[in-house]
Design a protein around this ligand. Structure first.
Ligand code: PMT
Length: 223
């Protein structure tokens, strides 16, 4: 049983998609359901942690004992995550599928169709995971990577670049796994090792991930 593995630890998890408004009726988003992140928040709470869940728009029940902070855009996700880490955080897990770009300007009236084509200008969004990992008081920071090819190479590269303690790669090209589904298969990388988990339910994968995170973050504390 995972009970007590994270007793006394403060965990912040990001989950779900972000939604980037174009005009009052339209937005840019992706297929994330939030299931992976909610399963990690639930598993961390079951392991005794106090958990803040910074959640994009999803339709999932709040796991028992978890403090949910709803957000919409990538900018709001960064603000809410930074605030949660300021409040005290030992472990930060970024499962959210954040929109990399947002419309340059929000058009306050519904855009009318006037010509056969239209251009939408996009600008880069802030990176919550990289921002948290770069803090001088950075928690033990875990990233996710959704890749469709060369999963190991891209994931370990991202771990080094963003200064992460651990990265969880899912191959989102496999049908029935990853985005939206109830199941996933992941490969976890840390600087000295790797472990593959699944295919299995997102709950089972979350329980194993929480055990790995508990093990590796406590080793760091002893240094
Ligand atoms: O929500 P589900 O339907 O259950 O699906 C789960 C999932 C497939 C979305 C999840 O397992 C997953 O892989 N999440 C990360 C998806 C992703 O967008 O990866 P990325 O390679 O774009 O981003 C890498 C890491 O940086 C992620 O930890 C992401 O949360 C973080 N990031 C990225 C961009 C950004 N602006 N801010 C971030 O924090």
């Amino acid at each position: 049983s995972p009970s007590g593995l994270l007793a006394g630890r403060r965990v912040v998890v990001t989950a779900g998609p972000t939604r980037e408004p174009i005009d009052p009726v339209r937005y840019i988003t992706n297929h994330s359901s939030g299931k992976m992140g909610y399963a990690i928040a639930a598993a961390a709470a079951a392991a005794g942690a106090s958990v803040v869940l910074v959640s994009g728009p999803v339709s999932l029940a709040v796991p028992p004992g978890v403090d949910v902070r709803p957000v919409c855009t990538a900018q709001e996700m960064l603000e809410a995550s930074s605030r949660a880490v300021d409040e005290g955080c030992d472990i930060f897990v970024a499962t959210a599928a954040v929109a990399d770009y947002r419309p340059e300007a929000f058009v306050s009236q519904k855009i009318k169709k006037s010509s056969d084509s239209m251009n939408l200008s996009l600008v880069r969004n802030p990176d919550t995971l990289a921002t948290i990992a770069a803090r001088t008081d950075a928690p033990f920071t875990v990233g996710f990577a959704a890749e469709t090819r060369d999963v190991a190479r891209y994931a370990t590269d991202k771990m080094m670049r963003k200064k992460l303690k651990m990265i969880v790669a899912n191959d989102v090209s496999v049908p029935g796994l990853g985005f939206s589904s109830d199941r996933n298969a992941v490969t976890v990388f840390w600087p000295e090792g790797t472990e593959s988990i699944g295919p299995d339910s997102k709950q089972a994968i979350a329980a194993r991930l929480v055990a790995l995170i508990a093990d590796h973050s406590s080793r760091i504390d002893q240094v």
